[in-house]
Design a protein around this ligand. Structure first.
Ligand SMILES: Cc1cc2nc3c(=O)[nH]c(=O)nc-3n(C[C@H](O)[C@H](O)[C@H](O)COP(=O)(O)OP(=O)(O)OC[C@H]3O[C@@H](n4cnc5c(N)ncnc54)[C@H](O)[C@@H]3O)c2cc1C
Length: 379
């Protein structure tokens, strides 16, 4: 797993991983453990770019703890033996801190990464994949799509949504001017934005189509994390933030130099500040959607090895992975699929991949999805 080896074989790679985020780095390390060395990671910017672009104040909601020594992998670790808690000495890293951790991990494992390599198109021609960059085309036997969600925000959904600003484009809540905000979307990103604005004594009205603040599910992919619940109990949050549950927004329009927000129930609200959109992400998978079947909910349909069901050799890795009702949107969830994907690719290349057995001991090898057909406490 080093640059020289990857270069020597560069005519056709065994694997190309697209995306140098948590998923891309995690799967790249796992490919190495599977005995695969002829691979590279293509990253449009630099390793950890999405995390580095989080609003400056935003922190991980899943805590990091150096529990590896007793056989429990740090929740935010992407590889065995790695712990953001240990290396960063923080429990809830900022995006920039986690990005620096990813860069250190990539260096430590000598992951071959081609930075500034923006993938425009992936197609299958005969038995190989053609990966089109701006000025170059690369060839590979397998592709792992790990380009994430953060850089592909959902900007539509209601009339006039283009008048809003997505929270993924906010460099820092400290720098936003104005005192009276409307935030559309009340799950993690919306609560995070409200918390930081309220901390600066700004008034916030937080709208959601449901009521994620009281959802009783034990799955943080559905209900609000404990970290956010704690923040909502802060005095300044309660003083400054007004919650509007069951209030889907129907339209946003520009009126008299300010903004008018109308809910589907017909209620009208005004704000002088550009409304903030915290409505989630479309995800990068739309770039490779032509190579996959789709599920009824729009997510890509995957085999039990997270491979396309119609084009063999292309895999999805990261938070957009779905199996039945199971959502893999956190690192501690989707890392359980790295070994499954690496094993499948290794098998196709005729490699035994015995080293991957250690992933099972670390709870990073979820190859039996049968317990997860329904939402359950362990998943
Ligand atoms: C505000 C916020 C808080 C979160 N908190 C947590 C948390 O506490 N715990 C947790 O587990 N998860 C958390 N998440 C989710 C977590 O950030 C994502 O699950 C994680 O970033 C996904 O990693 P990824 O590698 O799939 O995507 P990314 O980190 O987005 O990495 C994808 C990489 O691919 C690159 N890329 C994109 N398109 C292309 C292309 N066409 N060609 C080449 N390269 C490309 C990007 O530059 C990027 O570096 C949070 C997300 C947000 C937005």
């Amino acid at each position: 797993m080093n640059k020289t080896k990857a270069k020597k074989h560069s005519e056709i790679y065994d694997v190309i991983v697209v995306g140098g985020g948590a998923a891309g780095m995690g799967i790249a390390i796992t490919l190495g453990h599977a005995g695969i060395d002829n691979f590279t990671v293509l990253e449009r910017d630099k390793v950890g770019a999405s995390f580095a672009a989080w609003p400056a104040e935003t922190r991980f909601i899943t805590p990091s703890f150096p529990s590896n020594s007793i056989g429990m992998l740090d929740l935010n670790a992407i590889a065995i033996g790695v712990s953001p808690a240990y290396s960063l000495e923080v429990e809830h890293p900022t995006g920039e801190e986690y990005a620096s951790h990813l860069r250190a991990v990539a260096k430590h494992f000598k992951i071959p990464v081609k930075q500034q390599s923006d993938v425009r198109l992936v197609s299958k021609v005969g038995d190989e994949f053609h990966i089109q960059l701006e000025r170059q085309m690369l060839r590979a036997k397998h592709v792992v799509w790990a380009a994430g969600e953060f850089q592909y925000p959902r900007l539509n959904g209601f009339l006039g949504s283009e008048h809003c600003r997505h929270t993924a484009t906010v460099p820092s809540y400290e720098d936003i001017s104005g005192d009276n905000f409307i935030i559309i979307g009340g799950y993690e990103s919306g609560v995070d934005a409200a918390y930081h604005l309220a901390y600066q004594d700004k008034k916030v009205r937080l709208f959601d189509s449901g009521c994620p603040w009281t959802d009783e599910s034990s799955d943080p992919s559905i209900a609000l994390s404990t970290y956010s619940q704690e923040r909502m109990r802060e005095d300044w949050f309660k003083e400054h933030v007004e919650l509007f549950p069951e209030s889907p927004v129907a339209s946003v329009s520009v009126v008299d130099g300010g903004y008018e927000v109308v809910t589907t129930g017909g209620n009208t609200f005004h704000t002088p500040c550009q409304p903030l959109l915290a409505g989630g992400f479309e995800g990068s998978q739309k770039t490779v959607a032509h190579l996959f079947e789709k599920r009824d909910d729009g997510f890509l349909l995957l085999s039990e090895q997270d491979e396309s069901t119609i084009v063999s050799g292309i895999y999805l890795c990261g938070p957009a992975v779905r199996h039945d009702n199971q959502v893999f949107c956190f690192i501690y969830k989707y890392r359980q699929r790295f070994a499954v994907v690496a094993k499948s690719i290794a098998t196709s290349l005729g490699l035994a991949a015995e080293d991957l057995e250690q992933y099972r001991q670390w709870g990073m090898y979820l190859d039996d999805l049968s317990c997860c057909g329904e939402e359950c406490a362990t998943c």
